[in-house]
Design a protein. Structure first.
Lengths: 185, 170
């Protein structure tokens, strides 16, 4: 009897913990229309540090990633023509102003200061979303974008030119009320 | 008359290749392939040569990329199936350690012999759109096709296309 009670209690606690994890899990956001599918997944600092640690990055580098807020972006060109990605045309705005994306140059400087081995720098670059890309018809590509950590909610607006000569109807996608993913303490 | 016949033959051959381009393989404006000279897992040097009179399938990958995990077994099967065809397979790992590569390939494609781009700089020269990325390089050393994303290389449409290319030495 005592055993059964303990078993039931532990089951409740486990379920409660799981539901808390689910509640706190970063929300995957998707915008899809006939021309584009765009996915935004907030990543926690722990998730990113664990990812790079798993690729044998030294702790000085994984620690550096904790300062940034990571989002994994997926883009699928569903138009019948070229879709132009240029993250210079993206904006991140809070109620108090705009936040610039952390550039590849920012990270290059950071790694240089840490004297990070070339192979880790290369892997890190490949995990970032390209700055510019001419998405072919039906092409899917993705990668991470990074920004300074903030507790404020923000809106990510992504602007894409279309057609080979960029003369097509532009596509604007907005993700409102995004937040940097936080760990459960 | 003979010239007309040859022209028609070449024209129909090129149409066959164009019509049969499977999904994900994109014809690009030909450009000289960047240099590629790397060691394999046994420490043997490989240099992509342009005088081998054959096409090359040049593929860049990393263990952390999800599509690479799905695609690599199909590449192994493609290599096995096309062992007698006149096409070279050049598989390049981007910037990972021997242990990571051994662990990964051992699980998904143990027969693949990959080259090691230890610092990632060769991959940078080729400017892939992302990982995985595949290029089809003609016997003159020009990139003729770029393959977007991971593909099911074991499927007959891809093998048929590559077999057609492998017969073309020009």
């Amino acid at each position: 009897m005592h055993y059964q009670f303990a078993y039931q209690t532990s089951r409740i606690i486990i379920l409660l913990l799981i539901s808390l994890q689910v509640m706190a899990a970063p929300q995957r956001r998707v915008v899809e229309n006939p021309n584009i599918k765009m996915v935004v997944i907030p990543r926690t600092a722990e998730q990113m540090a664990a990812f790079y640690e798993g690729r044998e990055f030294p702790s000085k580098a994984t620690d550096a990633t904790r300062d940034a807020c990571f989002f994994t972006i997926g883009i699928h060109n569903k138009t019948k023509n070229i879709l132009w990605l240029n993250t210079a045309n993206w904006s991140i705005t809070t109620k108090t102003g705009s936040i610039p994306l952390l550039s590849r140059e920012h990270w290059a400087q950071r790694w240089k200061k840490l004297n990070l081995q070339q192979r880790f720098q290369s892997t890190f670059r490949w995990t970032l979303l390209p700055n510019m890309l001419d998405f072919q018809v039906d092409e899917h590509e993705g990668g991470n974008i990074t920004l300074p950590r903030t507790k404020l909610p923000f809106t990510l607006t992504a602007h894409f030119a279309t057609h080979r000569d960029k003369s097509g109807e532009p596509i604007n996608i907005s993700f409102k009320d995004l937040r940097c993913a936080e760990e459960i303490q | 008359m003979k010239k007309t016949f040859i022209f028609l033959l070449l024209f129909s051959a090129s149409l066959t290749v164009m019509a049969g381009t499977p999904k994900g393989i994109i014809k690009v404006t030909p450009r000289i392939a960047p240099p590629l000279s790397l060691m394999n897992m046994d420490g043997e040097q490989f240099t992509l040569s342009t005088n081998k009179q054959r096409w090359h399938f040049v593929h860049f990958w990393a263990s952390w990329c999800g599509p690479c995990r799905r695609e690599m077994p199909t590449i192994q099967r493609l290599i096995n199936d096309m062992a007698k065809d006149n096409i070279g397979f050049v598989i390049v790992n981007t910037a990972e350690s021997d242990d990571t590569i051994f662990g990964f390939l051992g699980g998904v494609a143990p027969d693949i012999d990959t080259l090691l781009d230890k610092d990632g700089l060769t991959t940078e020269l080729w400017k892939p759109r992302g990982l995985p990325s595949t290029y089809l390089v003609d016997p003159q050393g020009q990139i003729q096709y770029v393959v977007i994303g991971g593909q099911d290389w074991h499927k007959s449409k891809y093998q048929h296309f590559l077999r057609q290319l492998s017969k073309d030495k020009n």
